[in-house]
Design a protein around this ligand. Sequence first.
Ligand code: SF4
Length: 259
Amino acid sequence: MGGFLFDELIFGPVRSRRLGVSLGINLLPTHRKFCSFNCIYCECGWTDKQEALKMELPKQDTIKQLLEKRLIELQNTALHPNSITFAGNGEPTMHPQFAGIIDDTCRLRDAYAPEAKISVLTNGSMLHKTAVVEALKKVDNNLQKLDGGNEDIISKINMPLKAFRLHDYVEHLKQFRGNLTIQSLFLRGIINGTKVDNTTTKELNDWLKLIKQIKPERVMVYAIERDTAGDGIEKIPKAELESIAAKVRAAGIDAAVFA
Ligand code: SF4
């Protein structure tokens, strides 16, 4: 069972398999996870619903000051970031000042690291909020999660804490008019006594149907890398991920495998 948590608000840079040299921003508490999902593969461990109720989030100004300080330190070093990445201990768009923080980050990026892309790794659960959608339209890499093509598999893999309607989610994703990347993690196993597998022909067909509707710029196909919240998850071999990516490319959409 996994449970790695970031202990800083600004972390790294780390070498990311998907984003290159990545300077991380954690808008969630340090040492605690805060998320609207409870993915069985989460590297931060299980989501604690009770803890989420009394969670205090870092202030917008604190993030701004720490990010500016770190970007100044990294100027003209070998660790100059390719990406300034919102990730960390949970779901970044749940931060109430997410839109303002994105504006601050754009200004700081332009001043100190103009070549760096701004990336947000998100589960898309806050896309009903206009401010979140508008903020995500400003970033270079808008990376939205889609691990399955029907509500049954999503409830088994992502376990959203609130009611989740896949149809609504897909409609929200269409708002980006293709300016987004879909990140999809593939796995199988018996987790907490339940068989979970999003690699069967039926599951892949359902998923691909939605990918064709969303028409993202790119699909990132990947497998687990580190420890996961649930035990018993199988890492899907690279060759199998490649054949999933080939189906996406056959639909005229770019796809890349990260294994
Ligand atoms: S959305 Fe991300 S942070 Fe939240 S539970 Fe899933 S993997 Fe973990």
